[in-house]
Design a protein around this ligand. Structure first.
Ligand code: TRP
Length: 336
């Protein structure tokens, strides 16, 4: 099912760093589009970030502001999209606790996304319970606001599956229909690779171009991009496969025919890496300059105030759903 004006989008990011071009092509552009089509809630998942960064809470808190600024800079409009901070809605934690009884640790350990993340972090046998259980908390994020759709990449599909399992288990266990299943709105843009050729651009790998990067930093990152190590002289034939400059040209150059022509020329030989990097630099500076300029006009206080107002605006929805949930479970007490 597609999106219509009654759809409710729930999406968000962990504030573990400012946002980068990977976020821009992967989700931010889509959100700017979606906010004109239906309701959209954008959560800054600080509690989820803490499952990873619990020893550095200040880093998480600081990045909340950065993320809000990135949202506003790319054109997310707080009049159309509700931006809010996860920890400001404690109802989420209550729903998470109720969900926790409805899933086994074995099921969580089988979640492919979590499995990959655990491996990446080399937790071995010391997996923090908070980390293992974050899909449960994510299920609460999605269901508490009655979301109908979650836009995400294929890697988030197991999270949606886990969410819907919890919804069905909850409704069945408490004989209710107060929670709704949700649909993954699959993004068709391929994931942006890192400037070093790594499969993923990310803050932790240090291989991303941030939306707030200075023109000089953007330039230097582009000119450091990994290309084809066998393309030594301009006249040597070059390879497109794994070539970061072409991956970025594919993702950002508006003229696809031009990029196709360059690819052919490059493969035949006679097209230099420096020339292509300069072309890419022009495109990315054009894209990033207005974003950077807009970002500079937003103060930290202004950014934070917008997110705080967002939480206030959607709190009634959270309270209403939680109220229904607790009634369904039967844990309501009234003094006589
Ligand atoms: N897991 C997302 C991330 O890694 C953040 C997130 C938290 C989220 N809760 C969500 C995304 C609910 C979509 C829906 O950045």
């Amino acid at each position: 099912m597609g999106i219509n004006k009654d759809s409710i989008i729930l999406t968000g990011d962990r504030p573990t760093g400012p946002l980068h071009l990977g976020h821009f092509v992967g989700s931010l552009q889509k959100r700017v589009e979606l906010q004109n089509q239906c309701k959209q809630y954008i959560m800054i998942a600080d509690m989820q970030a803490l499952t990873d960064y619990f020893k550095e809470p200040a880093k998480v808190v600081q990045n909340v502001t950065e993320v809000v600024k990135d949202y506003l800079a790319v054109g997310i409009d707080p009049e159309k999209s509700t931006i809010f901070i996860q920890s400001q809605i404690p109802e989420l934690t209550e729903l998470t606790a109720l969900f926790m009884n409805l899933v086994t640790t074995a099921r969580l350990e089988r979640n492919p996304t979590i499995k990959a993340e655990i491996q990446l972090r080399q937790f071995d046998d010391s997996i923090p319970a908070g980390f293992l259980c974050y899909p449960v908390s994510q299920a609460a994020d999605i269901t508490l606001f009655n979301a109908t759709h979650v836009p995400a990449g294929e890697d988030q599909a197991p999270m949606i599956e886990q969410t819907n399992e919890l919804v069905r288990r909850f409704n069945y266990t408490y004989n209710t229909d107060c929670l709704n299943e949700v649909e993954l709105l699959l993004s068709n843009t391929p994931r942006l690779i890192g400037i070093d050729g790594n499969a993923k651009a990310s803050k932790s790998l240090g291989n991303a171009i941030f939306l707030g990067d200075s023109p000089e930093t953007v330039h230097d990152k582009i000119f450091s991009m990994y290309t084809d190590p066998n393309h030594i002289r301009v006249n040597d034939p070059g390879s497109i496969e794994g070539n970061v400059v072409f991956a970025y040209l594919d993702a950002f150059h508006p003229d696809k025919a031009q990029v196709a022509e360059w690819k052919e020329h490059y493969q035949k030989g006679g097209l230099g890496d420096m020339y292509l990097k300069q072309q890419l630099c022009d495109v990315l500076q054009n894209l990033l300059t207005p974003i950077r300029e807009r970002r500079k006009t937003i103060s930290d206080e202004e950014a934070l105030d917008i997110a705080i107002a967002g939480a206030q605006a959607i709190k009634p929805i959270a309270q209403n759903t939680l109220d229904k949930v607790k009634r369904a479970v039967g844990i309501c007490y009234h003094s006589s």
